[in-house]
Design a protein around this ligand. Structure first.
Ligand SMILES: NC(=O)c1ccc[n+]([C@@H]2O[C@H](COP(=O)([O-])OP(=O)(O)OC[C@H]3O[C@@H](n4cnc5c(N)ncnc54)[C@H](O)[C@@H]3O)[C@@H](O)[C@H]2O)c1
Length: 342
């Protein structure tokens, strides 16, 4: 069992990482005082874990799986279900799912009755290495991803790596992209460790340690910059180009992890960091995250222009100059366009 404490401006919460801890969830929830606890999960997870979730003996709200559910319509449907159950301010929401369920449940918790407590139980690799901590909760709008949201931290985060055993391969790749990103921006030792494992199966034998290291990287960044005003931006390494690649393709064609991975490699190449980009590519290929590295970056600039993170024509680009060290450079859009199109 590994434990982290994340301290933010108003309070602190614990993150527990342990294989099989889900079996103790009922006991963990009951250690808090409340009159009702409602689980929010998605259909895929509920199908696989129905017996375990039903055994918890709480009300369950099940949403459709995937990004298409992360919107204001689902938000309203779920809130109405909760209010119909006479949900009150002392009650607790438990999110059992990936980043979609986690971000949506967190946003519901932050707004229903002006805020109630919620517990995160992340079930994807991406949510276990990254999205379940840090307090960014949101739904998507017609104008872009995560545009309706707030900063609202959970009461506790319970990470059970056993969930990863049923995770589709594509989702494992997606999480691996974010895990490798954490190594690139903050931790050379993590990068070396990931290099040493022969495959994801070997990594899984050490999964508690790996999740601990990855969550600790994010925790330390969030503690310094809770509201995303400075340092936290380094978590966007690879994301400016990655998001643009995602938007330019059908989501079934390219996964988030793959897109971010392409984004990391491209930025390194644009900044002439050839040696690092070769090392990164080798790692990404080993974990089967990117195969065919042949992509025309010039075609996607229009999607970069529409990025919500661009303010007053200035774009913040995260660059890695040594594995484990990231910094931010500011450019005008035109400057960045020239750099891409060289
Ligand atoms: N809040 C943050 O800081 C933050 C950070 C990064 C990403 N995100 C958000 O996270 C979301 C993506 O999260 P995700 O990649 O976890 O996707 P997801 O929640 O859509 O889950 C991916 C798929 O895996 C299925 N699934 C989940 N757990 C499973 C399991 N144990 N076994 C079998 N299937 C399972 C889901 O039903 C879904 O079909 C995006 O909306 C993104 O914006 C948030």
């Amino acid at each position: 069992m590994r434990k982290l404490i994340l301290k933010n401006q108003k309070n602190e919460y614990q993150i527990i990482i342990e294989k099989g801890i889900f079996k103790n969830l009922n006991k963990i929830i009951k250690s808090y005082s409340y009159s009702k606890c409602v689980i929010i999960t998605d259909k895929n997870i509920y199908e696989i874990y129905k017996e375990d979730i039903d055994n918890l003996n709480f009300e369950v709200v099940v949403i459709e799986p995937g990004e298409k559910s992360k919107n204001i319509n689902t938000y309203e449907v779920v809130i109405n279900k909760l209010l119909n159950m006479n949900f009150n301010r002392e009650d607790i929401i438990v999110s059992i799912g990936g980043g979609v369920v986690g971000d949506l449940s967190g946003f519901i918790a932050s707004t229903i009755l002006r805020g109630v407590r919620y517990i995160q139980v992340p079930t994807t690799l991406l949510s276990q290495v990254d999205s379940s901590i840090g307090g960014k909760v949101a739904v998507n709008s017609l104008y872009g991803k995560n545009l309706i949201g707030s900063f609202y931290h959970p009461l506790e985060v319970i990470v059970d790596p056993e969930f990863l055993k049923t995770l589709p391969k594509r989702e494992v790749k997606s999480g691996m992209g974010e895990l490798i990103k954490h190594a690139m921006i903050k931790d050379k030792n993590l990068f070396n460790l990931l290099n040493e494992y022969k495959s994801f199966d070997e990594l899984y034998e050490n999964i508690e340690e790996i999740l601990f290291i990855s969550l600790n990287i994010k925790k330390e960044i969030v503690e310094i910059d809770e509201f995303d005003k400075g340092l936290r931006m380094i978590l966007n390494f690879g994301h400016t180009i990655g998001h643009a690649i995602e938007k330019s393709f059908d989501e079934d064609f390219i996964s988030h992890g793959e897109a971010v991975s392409f984004g990391m490699v491209h930025i390194l190449e644009i900044f002439g960091k050839k040696e690092i980009s070769e090392k990164l590519k080798a790692l990404l290929i080993k974990y089967d995250i990117i195969n065919n590295y042949d992509y025309n970056i010039k075609k996607i600039f229009k999607f970069i222009e529409n990025d919500k993170k661009i303010m007053k024509d200035i774009i913040n680009i995260v660059v890695v100059d040594k594995i484990g060290n990231a910094y931010i450079e500011k450019y005008t859009l035109n400057e960045f366009k020239d750099m891409i199109e060289v």
